[in-house]
Every structure is written in structure tokens, then in C-alpha cells.
Design a protein around this ligand. Structure first.
Ligand code: RB5
Length: 158
């Protein structure tokens, strides 16, 4: 699995820590910048990583800005990307199990390095559960495509 990584000027230290986690897991990665010393507009770098994921050049991505908000909004504008911004592991794991997220955004000014590494590890390990969640992810993707969707929940399902 190859992971796209990117950050703005708020995220250099955290990006290094994320790369450490990827290396510990024996995963390949592509670093889309920004690079230490440069000030950076997060949409440029977040978009580059997101486009690599959408194109299949990378399997998933981890992107970082000060809050994780701006860079996640950017990534989610790229068709095919489902990016979660989170600051605790529960949402990160459930975003994989239920939403099949292919990108994770972190706020370098929000989470400490150790917590962020735990979030990344658990997000990498978690698997999509499919089933009813696949239907809902398909509805998300249909929304992106401008196609109609409807509520298909059976009584008794969650
Ligand atoms: C940059 O100062 C900051 O705005 C950026 O890192 C991010 O938090 C935006 O959402």
C-alpha cells in the first residue's frame, strides 16, 4: 500500500511523525510537500495528495494543516476522495469501517504527536465493513456525481 502525505507550514513535525508510522508499518509513501522552511497554502498540497489518491497512484492519504479543516475540505472536493478530519481514534476507526475513508486529515495545532500517531495507526489498521455501509458510501458517491439517492433502510437495520 502506498500512502500520499502532505502538509502546510503548520504540519512539518507531524508529517515527519506520520512518515515514521508508515515506515514502522513497512508502507511506501509519496510526500507531496510542503517542505520544511517554505510557507504553504494548504489547498495546493492537499489537492496534490488527494488527486494522487483519486487517480489510484496512491491507495490512501494522510494530510495535515493547522486544524486539519482546510486541507480536509480541499481533499473532499476531489472526486473519489472521502477524507475524515479527526482528533481521536474512535472517529478515525469508524470512518474506515463505515465510510471507507481513503484520506485522513490531522490538525497539527489540535492533536499532540503521540495521539496523532495512534490515530494514524488505528486508521491504517481498520477495515471497511461493507454491507449496509457499502450502500451508504455508494449514496455518498452518487451525491458527488449528482445522481438521485433514496432512503433504503429496512426496518430493524442500523
Ligand atoms: C494556516 O495558518 C492555517 O490556516 C492552516 O494550517 C489550516 O489550519 C487551515 O484550515
Amino acid at each position: 500500500m502506498t500512502i500520499a502525505v502532505a502538509c502546510d507550514h503548520a504540519g512539518f513535525d507531524l508529517k515527519d511523525a506520520v512518515i515514521e508510522v508508515l515506515e514502522e508499518n513497512g508502507l511506501d509513501y509519496k510526500d507531496f510537500g510542503a517542505h520544511r522552511g517554505e510557507r504553504a497554502d494548504y489547498p495546493v498540497f492537499g489537492r496534490a495528495a488527494a488527486e494522487a489518491v483519486a487517480a489510484g497512484e496512491c491507495d490512501r492519504g494522510v494530510i495535515i494543516c493547522g486544524t486539519g479543516v482546510g486541507i480536509s475540505i480541499t481533499a473532499n472536493k476531489v472526486h473519489g476522495v472521502r477524507c475524515v478530519v479527526c482528533s481521536e481514534p474512535y472517529s478515525a476507526v469508524l470512518s474506515r469501517r463505515h465510510n471507507n475513508t481513503n484520506m485522513l486529515a490531522l490538525g497539527a495545532r489540535v492533536v499532540g504527536i503521540d495521539l496523532a500517531k495512534m490515530i494514524v495507526q488505528q486508521w491504517l489498521d481498520a477495515e471497511f465493513e461493507g454491507d449496509r455501509h457499502a450502500r451508504r458510501v455508494n449514496q455518498i458517491m452518487a451525491t458527488e456525481a449528482g445522481a438521485p439517492i433514496e432512503n433504503l433502510v429496512d426496518p430493524g437495520t442500523r
